[in-house]
Design a protein around this ligand. Structure first.
Ligand SMILES: [Zn+2]
Length: 143
């Protein structure tokens, strides 16, 4: 028996309100929704973080999210915009160690949002931005 709550939902051991299912992906409602219609797109295979997820599965996750976004806009729900959010790693706010993409319907005044907790985002110099870009490019093997 899996310890992973999403694997247990996928096998039917735990309940969920499903909105989408295919051979490699499913989507169901978040039980702690930001707004009505807050969905999670979840690959059927267990991968704890994005690095462990096959590229074609990651690609399909975005395709399913796009379909769900269309569904949210057509459904009889308040949905004036949509946020996609993926927390990769505990320090990024990932609470279930099975990759999942949040699809969050948004409406004016719902009170949800990101906030800057440090001063770093306050217009760093170009030199600093270029230095960071080089570090990431080199780590990716891009020249
Ligand atoms: Zn899992």
């Amino acid at each position: 028996m899996s310890e992973c709550v999403f694997c247990r939902i996928i096998t039917g051991e735990l309940p969920a309100s499903f909105v989408y299912e295919d051979a490699i992906m499913c989507a169901f409602l978040d039980i702690q929704p930001i707004n009505p219609g807050h969905l999670l797109v979840v690959p059927r295979i267990h991968a704890d973080v994005m690095k462990a997820l096959p590229r074609e599965v990651a690609r399909h996750m975005m395709e399913v999210a796009q379909q769900l976004m269309n569904g949210l806009r057509e459904a009889n729900l308040r949905c004036e915009g949509v946020n996609l959010f993926l927390a990769d790693g505990e320090d990024a706010g990932q609470e279930v160690a099975h990759v999942h993409l949040h699809v969050i319907p948004r409406c004016k005044g719902d009170g949800f949002g990101f906030r800057f907790a440090s001063d770093y985002g306050n217009q760093p110099q170009r030199e600093e931005l270029d230095k960071v870009a080089v570090a990431i490019r080199e780590a990716m093997g891009e020249t």
